[in-house]
Design a protein around this ligand. Sequence first.
Ligand code: ATR
Length: 277
Amino acid sequence: MEKIYGVIGSPISHSMSPQMHNDLFNFYNIHARYHAFHVEKGNVKKAIEGIRALEISGCNITIPHKIEVMEYLDEIEAVAANIGAVNTVVNQDGKLIGYNTDGNGFIRSLHTVIEQSALQHANVLIIGAGGAARAIFISLAASGVKNIDIANRTIEKAEMIISDCQYEVNSVALSMKDAEMNLGKYRVMINTTSIGMSPKVDELPISLQHLSPQSIVSDIIYNPLQTKILIDAREKGAITQNGIGMFVNQGALAFEKWTGIFPDTNRMETTVTNILG
Ligand code: ATR
C-alpha cells in the first residue's frame, strides 16, 4: 500500500517540502507520496488524531505548530524536548514520536565549511533568539560545542535559551552592540534573524566592521540566496553559506527517519534551487 507523508502548517502553499520529498520517493523507488496539509492554529490536535486514524506514516511540522504539537505525541526525543519544538513526526506502528531535525540539519550543513573537530573548539556567535536560534543552539551544545554566545535585540530571550540548555556550555548572552564590538573573536557567526530577508534585502542584523577575515558566516535565510550580510562578509574574506543547506538537511534527516535512507542532498539542493528559480 502507498504510504502517506506530509507537512502540517499555515501558511503551507509555498512549502518546497512536497516537491523535495516526492522527488526522493521516485528516485529511491519508494511507494509513497508527500502532501502539504493546511492546518490552522487550533486544529493541531485534530490533525494529529487524523494522522493516527488515517495511519499516515510520518510528517513534518512547520510554523506555527512546532511547539503545540508536542502535547499530542506519544514520545519526544531528548534534543527535541530540550529545544521545546518538533518538526518531524514518525508513526512507529501507531506510536507517534517527535524529533527536531532543524538544529542537526543546520549542523550537517555547517560541516560542509567546518569539520566537527574544529567546531568543537571554535567560538560561535548566534544572532537572534527565536525558534530557529533555539534549535541551533541546543543542537550545537548537544553535539559538544561549548563556546556558543547569543546576541539578540531582546537580551532576555538569549539568556533564556542559555539557561534552558541541558548540555554543558560556556555561553554568554550579548546585546547587539557588545556582539558588534567583539565580533573579531568569533570563528563562526550564524544569522537566525529575519533581517535581510526579501523584500528588505538591504538590511544587516549586525555591523561587520570587526569581522575576522578567517571567519565563517552562515545565514539561515534562503530568500534571497545571497543576503547583504553574506555579500559583505565575503568581501571581508569570510567563507559564507546560505540557508539552503539547513533546509535540505533538515529534510534529509526527516527522510532518513521515515525510510532508513539518508538521501542525496545534492539532488535535493537541485530540486530546491530549481523551485526558487
Ligand atoms: P524564528 O522562529 O524563525 O527563529 P522568531 O521567533 O520570530 O523567528 O525570531 C526572530 C528573531 O529575529 C528574534 O531574535 C528577533 O529579535 P527579538 O527577540 O528582539 O524580537 C529577531 N529580529 C527580527 N526582526 C528584528 C529587527 N528588526 N531587529 C533586531 N532583531 C530582529
